[in-house]
Design a protein around this ligand. Structure first.
Ligand code: SF4
Ligand code: SF4
Length: 228
């Protein structure tokens, strides 16, 4: 269903703004489906709240289209400047050379996490993978954060995760059907590419595999999931 909606959003062509509109539509759809699904069941109280951010220390893997949306908005807000680029480069350097497993156990704060408030500075633009989080047990999130090698299972509501994953997969399939290269990428590396080269998005839309250095293999994506 999301694939069809994404194709409609891209009917006017694969332009940066159409890609951004497709992603915004996918986010709205995911939120709607989550709300609708939550109404059909009786759920325990949600543990998530503003200022709780253990889940913002995980590995963020997204379809390239979500990188495009954040990069376009950052550029429009003049937030793609040297300071942001330097932060992106520092973070990429921190994880360079780590195996997928080592990386998935590295609990570093997301670059968009406000260090004081512990809230997301791009909340309205946050990727689907972030929208998939919903936990019933804060203590489990805390323990999983503190003991990354112990594979502590968090008490997430899996239907929410399933919805966001399916919407992301539909969106990705739509861009691939248009002939746009690549699949899932690391958010930080993807943004480093998108903001570091003013022509990167246009080159990707022209069919060039510019986001390849940020690509996540199936094994890496599985390791990232195992860490959540
Ligand atoms: S998923 Fe866990 S860490 Fe994230 S906001 Fe909810 S309770 Fe907090
Ligand atoms: S983008 Fe926002 S919600 Fe997602 S991990 Fe980063 S700070 Fe958290």
């Amino acid at each position: 269903m999301q694939q069809k909606a994404a194709r409609i959003a891209l009917a006017g062509g694969a332009t940066p703004e159409n890609i951004a509109a497709m992603v915004a539509d996918a986010h709205a759809r995911a939120e709607f489906l989550i709300e609708q699904t939550a109404e059909t069941v009786e759920l325990p109280p949600r543990a998530c709240c503003a200022g709780c951010a253990y889940c913002c220390h995980l590995w963020v893997v997204v379809p390239i289209a979500e990188v495009v949306l954040i990069a376009l908005r950052a550029r429009a807000a003049n937030d793609g400047a040297a300071d942001v680029q330097a932060k992106l480069e520092r973070r990429v350097a921190e994880v360079r050379g780590l195996t997928a497993e080592q990386r998935s156990r590295t609990r570093v704060p997301c670059l968009w996490l406000d260090p004081t408030e512990q809230t997301c500075r791009i909340y309205g633009l946050r990727p689907l993978v972030c929208r998939g989080w919903h936990s019933f047990d804060l203590e489990k999130c805390k323990q999983a954060h503190r003991h990354p090698t112990q594979n502590i299972e968090t008490a997430i509501w899996s239907p929410q995760r399933t919805i966001t994953e399916s919407v992301a997969a539909g969106m990705l399939a739509a861009t691939q059907q248009l002939g746009l290269p690549g699949g899932y990428v690391h958010l930080v590396e993807g943004l480093q590419i998108a903001l570091g080269d003013p022509a990167a998005i246009e080159r990707w839309l022209a069919g060039e595999d510019v986001f390849r250095p940020a690509a996540v293999s199936a094994e890496q994506a599985a390791a990232a999931c195992a860490a959540c």
